[in-house]
Design a protein around this ligand. Structure first.
Ligand code: NAD
Ligand code: 44H
Length: 449
């Protein structure tokens, strides 16, 4: 079967220049599945004048570059609803760069006056990357931009982190001094954004199905649910695409939206991922369709998370119901083990914020504590029995902790990279956590396929 390309694409696919000479207005760092199914889709919907083409950069592997370059940047998004599948071709990516081997090209793009927005989806761990990492490249790019006086820039992180704009701004500030720090302070903005669309890793079966529908092989395919949401702080240094025309919400303060999404959706996602994987469920849809687990997720949302969000003024319970309904979509096989990865970094924003707020209000958030317990048991089983994968940037520290003779709860609670002294010293929390860990451990672990 021929490869998807501008020549083989279905009639009506817009033909736009692609490659190092193609004009772009956005550089995206972290060209994974999510960006292709979210920000690139919003941008294509509103870029009538061709002003906001995207140069996508990878930092960890050349795979996406190899997938998209032979296709002239074209790829499709296969939208899978419970009863309907829809395929759309996206042509918004006009250049792809391997940030490790084509560093000069990436820096030149970041210093191009036509580029006015940089977006990021580099995962939680990407914000801790060292020399040669995404942050390093961004800072080098800002230096080149300042030197060239190439004009103001907006850096818009789209990862699941509370206050993602502020987090990034502080990381950039820590790494700069002197005139460059002054230039960046005066010329760069870092709005926060809340992003939402479930985009599982693409499988060979997905590629085969899309190939049959398209009549061409699409190596860059991404699969997504129909739902999508983007709430963006309207604080741009030099213009932006009219994303609101594609349904994005531009607001003054994103924090309440981020908190609600990360605590309700990502918190219950993690709970279902750990409990589900321990019960042998391969996918989130299977876990969310198990009555016990669905009830546990609902208790977390209703009893623990909702009271902590009361002063934010956003509706929570209907939001939570919709989230749990989305999780049951059987057409979207999102693996429990994919959602489970990087737990040491995800636990804080997803569950520990809820626990801290509830404890400060004198409540014991049983559902959120169950989520932490499920993570602990998952980590313990992954380290000791090897039936579950441990995919975590702190895997070594987790393995060492689990090997200590102090017991799972004490050993993992001792990890500063996850917990703090406030939770360690909270005796009632420890007791509750120990009980929940014992409860979850009693369930036999089943190997996930
Ligand atoms: N997939 C989703 O459903 C979804 C939904 C909302 C938000 N997000 C956000 O997007 C992020 C990426 O998700 P995805 O589905 O694209 O994953 P993916 O595995 O398809 O891609 C991950 C991307 O992050 C980059 N990356 C990974 N580790 C990095 C590091 N240490 N430094 C720099 N870059 C690094 C990779 O190179 C790749 O481009 C998530 O971590 C999350 O913050 C994802
Ligand atoms: O992408 P991660 O690894 O940060 O988290 C896994 C999922 O919880 C997450 O991707 C959700 O699907 C997403 O946040 C929905 O918008």
């Amino acid at each position: 079967m021929k490869r998807l390309s501008p020549e083989s694409a279905p009639a009506g696919t817009p033909r736009r220049p692609f490659g190092p000479q193609a004009p772009v207005g956005i550089v995206h760092l972290g060209l994974g599945a999510f960006h292709r199914a979210h920000q690139a889709v919003y941008t294509q919907m509103v870029d009538d004048a061709g002003e906001w083409g995207i140069c996508g950069a990878t930092q960890r592997s050349a795979t996406v570059v190899e997938q998209l370059r032979p296709q002239g940047g074209l790829y499709s998004v296969m939208e899978r609803g419970p009863s309907q599948t829809r395929l759309e071709i996206i042509g918004q990516i006009r250049d792809v760069v391997d940030g490790r081997t084509e560093t000069g090209r990436l820096i030149a793009r970041l210093a191009d006056p036509a580029v006015r927005v940089v977006t990021l989806t580099i995962t939680e761990k990407g914000y801790r990357s060292g020399p040669g990492g995404a942050l390093d490249r961004l800072i080098t790019g800002l230096g080149a931009r300042a030197e060239r006086d190439a004009g103001p820039l907006t850096v818009l992180p789209c990862d699941n982190l509370n206050g993602n704009g502020e987090v990034l701004r502080d990381l950039v500030r820590e790494n700069l001094s002197g005139d460059l720090a002054d230039w960046v302070e005066n010329n760069v903005r870092y709005p926060c954004s809340m992003v939402d669309r479930i985009v599982p890793a693409t499988t060979d079966a997905d590629r085969a199905e899309a190939g049959a529908r398209l009549g061409a092989q699409d190596a860059g395919l991404v699969v997504a649910e129909p739902f999508r949401q983007w709430v963006i702080q309207d604080d741009f240094a030099a213009g932006r695409p009219a994303w609101e025309k594609a349904g994005a919400e531009l607001v003054a303060d994103v924090a309440p939206y981020e908190r609600r999404k990360i605590r309700v959706l990502n918190g219950s996602h993690s709970l279902l991922a750990y409990l589900g994987a321990l019960r042998g469920y391969r996918t989130i849809a299977q876990a969310a369709s198990d009555d016990d687990l669905a009830q546990a997720a609902w208790r977390l949302i209703e009893q623990d998370v909702a009271p902590t969000l009361a002063s934010d003024g956003l509706e929570v319970l209907d939001y939570g119901r919709t989230v749990l309904e989305r999780f049951t979509n059987p057409a979207l096989p999102h693996l429990t083990t994919q959602v489970a990865m990087d737990g040491s970094l995800k636990l804080g924003p997803r569950l520990l914020g809820t626990i801290r707020d509830a404890r400060a209000a004198g409540r014991m958030p049983q559902g959120a504590v169950l989520g932490v317990a499920a993570w602990m048991v998952y980590v313990g089983k992954a380290c000791q029995e090897g039936v579950l994968p441990l995919d975590d940037p702190h895997a070594q520290a987790l393995r060492e902790a689990v090997a200590r003779p102090t017991g799972l709860v004490e050993s993992l609670l001792g990890l500063d990279l996850v917990f703090g002294p406030d939770l360690r010293d909270d005796q009632d929390f420890r007791t509750c956590l120990t009980e929940r860990v014992a409860e979850v451990s009693r369930q036999p672990v089943v190997k996930t396929a």
